[in-house]
Design a protein around this ligand. Structure first.
Ligand code: ZN
Ligand code: ZN
Length: 605
């Protein structure tokens, strides 16, 4: 948001500053200053805030602690941490408010480490933190995912905790964000009075850590304890549905927020669209999107993303073109371009992708981030222009991160390019020795070239370094329950039927010409063992279960925690053809929509 937008809402602010400047030289106490500074902060009017600051300097009030604190707060809200820091450092006598405002300034502007460091310095200088300070630092720890600092803060605030719902919620929130759900739960259960914010924090803690069923149980308990859910409750639950492909729960929530009148809220609507997009139902996302004409950047982005993630690149770009023509204040931002470039990549629109990428800075004034460069590497790599992708990788203004190298390596895998693949993998082995993906990808490349000695060498390297491939898990929603499978899983009550279905599908597939792709088997064991292992991958089990447990021709939505292997991808194509079902398979990288023997990803992932 620019300075001018804020001021349009507040002409009084400008008048007030003019008036203040006219008073210069008169020996009066600047009564208007606190209000003006607060308004500058609220409207993010940095230039005007600086004028008030300049006035205070001229009137020699700037060394006053009271005004100093207000200035730190104003600069923090206006996003200028440097100015806030300069005022803070020049203050002669600070109080707890000064420290807290400086910490808040850091935290609000994404400088979480500095916020935590500021608290250490506060301790060293003997200043005593209060609840508000603790809440600000706990929030910073949440954003950093810094559990150990968070725990130390928890110990320090134990004394206040009982009485203070805001502080308790900040502690609970910190545990949730740092991935320690049990700690969050124990804080929550010990709270004597919980408001809806506390309930929401607990729902979010479950949802964000993949305990989706628990999130919904807690939601039911809220109703039982007569706590009315608000918009944030629904946003967290909708996000939970996205992560577990719980489309039926998601539809239910959509109905609930609609009836509560919350769909008018853009944040809620965005969550509904994201939920449908992530659950693979783009049409439903589109209906919600079209139903309300007031759209902000986030809503446009959600719709563009829903199409892009689901492999409908052209549709995604159509929405983007509409967005550019829309008259309201929805100018594309950096996130828009991530989705747009991803859409180009899906639709293999290399030239358009290049031109959008080029327009980012020249037309929209957005500097491409490493994420945008990664999209370009993906776009070029997918189409087989590995040399050009390699050049992009080396033209990044910042040192390429491991994600960029992994994207390049994936492109090499898709085109079985050993030379560049080895270079990428070696680089990644140095950067993140524990990271299993490069070992697996490189070994896939060797396998595709029948270089089994090299496959064995990589396997040994992994074992020597103690690198473990995380185990694959797939989940599918049937009825209103989510069923999770691991490879070779025999824990499911309907295992007999599942394995029978798999072998039935297997023989039909073979009749249609399916040949198992063993390049995905990392182990170089007995042929038969390899065949067995691949055949019982978690996604196949989930699909077979969906096939026996749902009516014929019903679409299946499966979520996999790791990249889908080549063999499961091929098998899913065959199964979609044999069963006449649409199969949506989502992995952390993209969606695969299998329909009648084809996949929306065009066999590149
Ligand atoms: Zn597989
Ligand atoms: Zn695919």
């Amino acid at each position: 948001m620019g300075t001018s937008t804020g001021l349009q809402c507040c002409p009084k602010l400008l008048e007030g500053i003019d008036e203040l400047e006219r008073q210069r030289g008169l020996d009066v106490k600047p009564e208007a200053v606190p209000t003006l500074l607060r308004q500058c902060g609220d409207f993010k009017a940095l230039a005007e805030g600086k004028r008030v600051h300049a006035y205070l300097v001229r009137a020699r009030y700037h060394r006053d602690r009271y005004f100093g604190n207000l200035l730190v707060e104003m600069y923090g809200k206006c996003g200028s941490v440097e100015d806030a820091r300069a005022v803070f450092e020049s203050m002669q006598a600070r109080n707890v408010y000064s420290w807290t405002m400086m910490i808040a300034a850091y935290a609000q502007n994404g400088c979480y480490r500095e916020a935590v460091r500021m608290m250490h310095r506060m301790d060293l200088e003997g200043a005593k933190a209060d609840k508000i300070t603790f809440v600000a630092v706990l929030d910073a720890c949440s954003s950093l995912g810094d559990l150990s600092t968070g725990r130390r803060l928890h110990d320090r605030v134990l004394g206040f905790l009982d009485s203070d719902v805001v502080l308790c919620t900040a502690v609970l929130n910190m545990y949730g964000k740092c991935g320690s759900v049990d700690d969050a739960k124990s804080v929550f259960e010990r709270m004597t009075n919980r408001d809806v914010v506390a309930w929401n924090a607990m729902v979010a803690a479950y949802a964000q850590n993949g305990h989706c069923r628990k999130a919904f149980k807690l939601f039911a308990r809220m109703a039982a304890e007569k706590v009315a859910p608000n918009k944030s409750t629904y946003v967290s639950l909708l996000d939970a549905c996205s992560s577990m492909a719980g489309i039926s729960k998601g539809r239910e929530l959509h109905g609930l927020v609609d009836r509560a009148g919350f769909l008018r809220d853009r944040v809620v609507r965005c969550a509904v669209i994201n939920m449908y997009g992530k659950c693979g139902s783009v049409d439903e996302a589109r209906q919600v999107f079209e139903a309300f004409p007031d759209r902000d950047v986030a809503l446009w982005n959600s719709m563009i993303a829903a199409y892009a993630q689901n492999g409908q690149g052209e549709m995604s770009l159509q929405v983007f073109e509409r967005m550019k023509e829309a008259t309201n204040n929805a100018r594309p931002n950096a996130i828009t371009f991530v989705h747009v470039l991803c859409a180009c990549s899906h639709a293999r629109l290399i030239e358009r992708g290049r031109s959008y990428f080029g327009s980012m800075e020249t037309v929209f004034g957005i500097q491409p981030s490493s994420q945008h460069y990664r999209c370009m590497i993906d776009l070029l790599g997918r189409s087989g222009n590995l040399d050009q992708a390699w050049n992009i990788l080396h033209s990044m203004p910042l040192e390429p991160d491991s994600l960029a190298w992994t994207t390049m390596l994936s492109a090499c895998r898709a085109h079985s390019n050993v030379e560049l693949g080895e270079l990428c993998a070696e680089r990644l082995f140095e950067m993140e020795p524990e990271y299993s993906a490069p070992y697996v990808l490189l070994s896939n490349i060797y396998a595709a070239r029948d270089r089994w000695d090299d496959v064995a060498r990589i396997r040994k390297l992994m074992a020597d370094k103690g690198v473990k491939k995380p185990s694959g898990r797939s989940s599918i929603e049937v009825g209103d329950k989510v069923h999770e499978f691991v490879a070779g899983d025999r824990a499911h009550p309907r295992r007999e039927e599942i394995y029978q279905e798999l072998s039935r599908l297997g023989s039909q597939m073979k009749a249609l010409g399916y040949i198992q792709d063993r390049s995905s088997a990392l182990r170089d064991g007995e042929e038969e063992e390899k065949e067995q292992m691949l055949w019982y991958h978690s996604e196949k089990l989930a699909i077979a279960f969906g096939s026996v447990a749902t009516p014929a021709r019903k679409s299946l939505y499966v979520i996999k925690n790791l990249r889908v292997c080549t063999d499961c991808h091929t098998a899913s194509k065959f199964i979609s053809r044999i069963t006449g079902r649409e199969i949506v398979l989502r992995d952390p990288y993209r969606f695969h929509h299998f329909r009648d023997g084809w996949c929306s990803c065009g066999d590149y992932w």
